[in-house]
Ligand binder design. Structure first.
Ligand code: ZN
Length: 73
């Protein structure tokens, strides 16, 4: 393997890692309509929280739990 090939492979690996990270972050960002009530516990979600986090689906308590323990579905 010559130097150029090595460089090319390294770039591809870096690019793949970046793509994965971006996709990961995007998948965690809420999308679309905010829920009026938490999808986990059913408590109403404060309007301020819904405005601040478009697409939010969880109340603060459930969000904290999800953030801490992961939210793998
Ligand atoms: Zn909740």
């Amino acid at each position: 393997m010559n130097h150029e090939e090595l460089l090319e492979r390294t770039n591809q690996k870096l690019q793949a890692a970046t793509d994965k990270r971006v996709a990961d972050i995007c998948s965690r960002l809420p999308h679309g309509e905010s829920a009026t009530h938490c999808v986990d516990c059913g408590l109403s979600i404060a309007q301020g929280r819904r405005d601040a986090l478009p697409g939010v689906q969880h109340c603060i308590s459930c969000q904290e739990i999800n953030d801490r323990y992961g939210n793998h579905r």
